[in-house]
Design a protein around this ligand. Structure first.
Ligand code: G1P
Length: 286
């Protein structure tokens, strides 16, 4: 089983980050100094998925431009003897083969993924939601791709979430089968607190069979009036197996200003060059 491509839905108004997102697409906002879209593409590349399909809103070409090489900048860095940055520029532009699709209207995550159908074709594919940043080696999507290959099944990522969070997430009805894996029996998008089947919430990593596109074509708007990927994956359950992977590693939803800030703080603590300064500053602040 070959995972043909990684789909990265990056459309959306980014209203939580206004006014910045008036002119900067949300996925170009950085965790310390690296845009979240870069982290998502790097995760796909580290998992050996070299073809990436980014779904953008009209007018957000800057997201795709980010991955182009910039010869004038590379020459300038070379002249200044900044081989370190030159390597970073070359690596960024060469990380993956990037294609893009424009999602004209924001009709939901399911609809966004559906727009990638002509490019994905009839192969299993990965979906990475750039709002969900996971610190983990080996990359979570790579571990999931391996599981999907071994079991010839769909795999979605989940984590235990506090009950007050469940109504804004997808939630799995799933039975543990060992080794961080669960057999999924049902999925509900943004359930009312009393309807949540468990505390296992979907995190934005999926390895899906191409049959999900057929279901997405037929999926009616669901939670919050949008076409939900969760509903289509739930539809797969009548003909295919879906496993949930409770991934290890540190996860932050960077879809809110506080989340993006937490991610930057966590990342800065991972970097020896920044960690001391930040820790000292925090203790002085306290
Ligand atoms: C989407 C999915 C949801 C999932 C979440 C993870 O929701 O629909 O199932 O739990 O991502 O970040 P959204 O964040 O688009 O509301």
């Amino acid at each position: 089983m070959n995972i043909g491509a990684a789909v990265i839905p990056a459309a959306g108004l980014g209203t939580r980050f206004l006014p910045t997102t008036r002119s900067v697409p949300k996925v170009l906002l950085p965790v310390v100094d690296v845009p979240v879209i870069h982290l998502a593409v790097a995760e796909a590349a580290a998992a050996g998925i070299g073809r990436v399909i980014v779904i953008v809103s009209p007018g957000q070409e800057a997201v795709v431009d980010y991955f182009r090489s910039i010869p004038a900048l590379e020459e300038a860095l070379e002249r200044r003897g900044r081989g370190d940055l030159l390597d970073l520029m070359i690596e960024t532009a060469g990380m993956a083969e990037i294609e893009s699709v424009v999602q004209d209207e924001a009709l939901g995550l399911g609809q966004a993924v559906l727009t990638s159908r002509p490019l994905v074709g009839e192969e299993p594919f990965a979906v990475i939601l750039p709002d969900d940043v996971i610190w983990r080696t080996p990359p979570t999507i790579g571990v999931m791709a391996e599981m999907a290959r071994k079991m010839d099944a769909n795999v979605i990522a989940v984590r235990e979430a506090p009950s007050e969070m469940l109504s804004s997430l997808g939630v799995a009805d799933a039975a543990p089968i060992g080794g961080h894996l669960y057999n999924v029996r049902g999925l509900v998008e943004k359930p009312k607190p009393e309807d949540a089947p468990s505390n296992l919430a979907i995190v934005g990593r999926y390895v899906l069979m191409p049959e999900v596109f057929e279901l997405l074509e037929r999926t009616e708007p669901g939670a919050v009036g949008e076409i939900q990927l969760t509903d289509a994956v739930a539809g797969l359950l009548s003909s295919q197996r879906v496993y949930a992977y409770r991934f290890p590693g540190f996860h932050v939803d960077v879809g809110t200003p506080s989340g993006l800030l937490k991610a930057s703080i966590y990342e800065s603590l991972q970097r020896p060059t920044l960690a001391r300064e930040i820790k000292t500053w925090f203790s002085d602040l306290a």
